[in-house]
Design a protein around this ligand. Structure first.
Ligand code: TYD
Ligand code: MG
Length: 461
């Protein structure tokens, strides 16, 4: 068989050239050529053979729908985001900032699986075997039988997986793995993509579950091509502040379960411990209510979470800044425009900073109302009432739209002792006078428009 040789593929048009050039000769796009391997003639046809074995065309109703078999890792919060456990031949990508706890969590998971009789392999490219051993001692994993391989060369890793036949293999991290077939450096787009593709194929063919650890760039995306996310079955992200002890693991893609499900952990001296009842962990403790702070009830996966949203509005320079941590910045700009246009709250010449406490990332639009009330509160220098919560999406026309599963959010807030809520009208309990609605000690003020919400806040003061 002829030896594979290096070619360059355009990420725009998919055209292939033998030499690297700044401009793609096929479509004319700049800087789109990425190194890859040209396989020997004939090899290409079989490239995806192991991914989908040849089969007959069948009618959907006649195909027996086998439920995927899952093996729980024994770490309940991790199993929750995985959709019940690991799946045979499944490939999981887990990303997050350095030092957030990826290696810790996976070592704990592998040890649990190994103790349950599931053969495991931990491939480390970042630490030596001794360092991994040291960590396992710190975690209190006495006499752990997890097999460890300190290796970064793809071909050797594959050979070990083929020889050992583990049910689960962790590759920590995919950015350190390199293949001899490519000349580019480990961690480059070409290497990461090619190595992940080979490992994915091996997983599907051999029935091994592969967990790839991925680094995250400063911009918050997984380093390496987006295609990595497309290749795997499940993508998990670690979130949270490395300064606080709480960590969130979120599923952003899952072929075997629900997305946006979260697992919540606390980092302790003995590793990550699941937090079964996390609804109140993202509230900061103020003895007196402070301006610019509003508690949001957000629904992450199946569980409601109460998160404090903080805003600071301060006189800015000639070009005022809009910064947000944990919330979308584009959305912030839009909410400021809506506040100005529909409620007469002008922050045009002011710096506006918004922060979701605890390093949580909030992507649901139901955060809008809390963000706007926090901004208005900071601008006026007036705190919202004690025990106050809000949620609801705000549209460009100033209308307040309902959030999914409002009743559940209200019940959780009532359970935690909150006493006043401003919520979209459709989310308020039905019946009774509008101003007199109550749920287990939580007074509910339904609103239909943003200016109405600000009016209610003024009347409560
Ligand atoms: P680590 O799991 O190595 O993070 P990653 O693989 O995502 O880079 O480290 C997590 C951090 O947690 C590290 O700074 C040390 C700390 N830590 C604890 O607080 N308790 C522990 O039991 C362990 C093992 C680590
Ligand atoms: Mg690590």
């Amino acid at each position: 068989m002829a030896k594979d040789k290096t070619v360059y593929t355009c990420t725009e048009c998919g055209g292939i050239t033998p030499k690297w050039q700044g401009k793609c000769p096929n479509c004319g796009a700049w800087n789109t050529l990425v190194e890859g391997v040209a396989e020997a003639p004939g090899a290409n046809r079989n490239r995806f053979a192991s991914l989908a074995p040849p089969s007959e065309v069948a009618v959907l109703a006649d195909i027996e729908a086998a439920d995927v078999a899952r093996t729980p890792t024994g770490i309940e919060e991790l199993d929750r985001v995985l959709g019940g456990g690991i799946v045979e031949g499944g490939v999981v990508l887990i990303g997050g900032d350095p030092g957030i706890g990826k290696s810790t969590l996976l070592l704990q998971a592998l040890d649990g699986l190994q103790r349950a009789g599931v053969p495991t392999l931990y491939v480390t490219g970042e630490e030596s075997g001794a360092q991994v051993a040291l960590r396992s001692r710190r975690l209190g994993l006495d006499r752990s039988q997890v097999k460890v391989l300190a290796e970064i060369q793809l071909e050797k890793i594959q050979a070990t997986i083929a020889a050992q036949q583990p049910a689960v293999a962790v590759i920590d991290s995919i950015q350190t793995v390199y293949s001899d077939q490519l000349t580019s450096a480990p961690g480059s787009v070409a290497q990461v993509r090619e190595c992940a593709a080979h490992l994915t194929r091996a997983a599907k063919a051999g029935g091994t579950t592969i967990i790839l650890v991925g680094h995250v760039t400063k911009e918050g995306a997984l380093a390496g091509p987006r295609v990595l996310e497309h290749m795997v079955d499940t993508v998990l992200y670690f979130e949270g502040d490395t300064h606080s002890s709480f960590r969130l693991v979120r599923a952003i893609k899952n072929r075997f379960g629900a997305v946006n499900e979260i697992g919540v952990f606390a980092m302790t001296e003995r590793g990550l411990k699941g937090v079964a009842n996390p609804s109140a962990i993202f509230l900061s403790q103020h003895s007196e209510p402070v301006p610019g702070s509003c508690v949001l009830v957000t629904l992450e996966g199946t569980r409601p979470l109460l998160v404090e949203i903080q805003a600071l509005v301060d006189s800015g320079g000639p070009s005022p800044r809009r910064l947000s941590v944990g919330l979308e910045r584009d959305r912030l700009a839009m909410l400021l425009a809506v506040l100005h246009r529909h409620a007469g709250v002008a922050c045009l010449d002011q710096d506006v900073f918004v922060n979701a406490v605890g390093g949580v990332r909030i992507s649901e639009p139901a955060a809008d109302l809390a963000v706007m009330l926090a901004i208005a509160s900071s601008l006026r220098g007036r705190a919202l009432p004690r025990g106050f919560i809000a949620f609801g999406e705000v549209g460009l026309a100033g209308e307040v739209r309902p959030a999914p599963r409002g009743q559940e959010r209200l019940r959780e807030a009532a359970k935690l002792g909150f006493s006043i809520a401003i919520v979209p009208k459709a989310n308020a309990p039905k019946g009774g006078r509008a101003a007199g609605r109550e749920l287990e000690g939580l007074a509910i003020h339904p609103v239909e428009r943003i200016e109405e919400a600000l009016e209610v806040v003024r009347s409560l003061a």
